[in-house]
Design a protein. Structure first.
Length: 245
């Protein structure tokens, strides 16, 4: 999928924040639910390592070898790993996000969606998906298909370090009603359909996947991966560490 300039709302948000213009990210769900973040959230995309949440800092200790940074955004993860002298291929569907990453010093940033990842990225030891980017798998069937493909990208030491949101950790009636609607449709409760809006830009609608640790273990069955560790955090966020098997 190639985004037009008008569709690259996320990249425009990052570019505006990078160039110190007002930047507000709005997430619109397909049931009409809206969530807006002010300057605090865009600033997180540029945060130095010392200001990252504790679970993300702990997760970086588990990143080894040649790295694929999926959904690199403004490049904060890739830049941190580069400073550790690790080779990183940083990818994002957003052309403007990739531009921002390159301008900030990411050496190998490519416009590439998660669905397009294949052997052309070269051998990978660790796939990193911070910023809740496990959600980019979108749905259970697509996650299984892509995880099987990812299992072929590295050696026997291959690893995925992914930040995930557990959708069960909420009491919000709007979210609970959405989860129930998903169950009735045969979807995982945490599969949401959203788009990102910023100013007069908006992305196409896309699916984003939230799973509990139990759902994750079921999801990765027969994909070549096993869940070996979780790093908990607040608000339902956790880091899942998957090892090739």
């Amino acid at each position: 999928m190639t985004l037009t300039d008008q569709q690259d709302a996320y990249g425009r948000l990052l570019l505006d924040a990078f160039e110190e213009r007002p930047a507000v990210e709005v997430v619109e769900r397909d049931d009409g639910f809206l969530m807006a973040s002010t300057a605090g959230a865009p600033a997180n995309y540029f945060a130095p390592f010392r200001r990252w949440p504790a679970h993300q800092r702990k997760a970086m200790r588990l990143v080894r070898g040649r790295v694929l940074d999926v959904g690199c955004g403004a490049g904060r993860v890739a830049l941190h790993l580069q400073r550790r002298d690790q080779e990183v291929v940083a990818i994002d569907l957003s052309p403007l996000a990739v531009e921002v990453s390159r301008r900030r010093g990411v050496r190998d940033a490519r416009v590439l969606s998660i669905a397009e990842v294949d052997e052309r990225v070269g051998p990978i030891d660790t796939i990193v998906m911070m910023g809740n980017n496990f959600g980019l798998f979108g749905s259970a069937p697509r996650a299984k298909r892509l995880l099987r493909r990812f299992a072929s990208l590295g050696s026997g030491r291959r690893r995925i370090v992914a930040e995930v949101l557990d959708p069960s950790q909420t009491n919000d009636p709007d979210h609970l009603a959405y989860h129930e609607r998903n169950r009735e449709r045969g979807r995982l409760p945490g599969q949401i359909r959203i788009r990102i809006r910023h100013r007069h830009y908006s992305t196409p609608w896309f699916d984003y996947l939230f799973v509990s640790p139990t759902e994750l273990e079921t999801l990765i069955e027969d994909t070549g991966w096993m869940l070996t560790r979780t790093i908990p955090s607040s608000g339902g966020l956790y880091v899942a560490v998957l090892e090739g098997c």
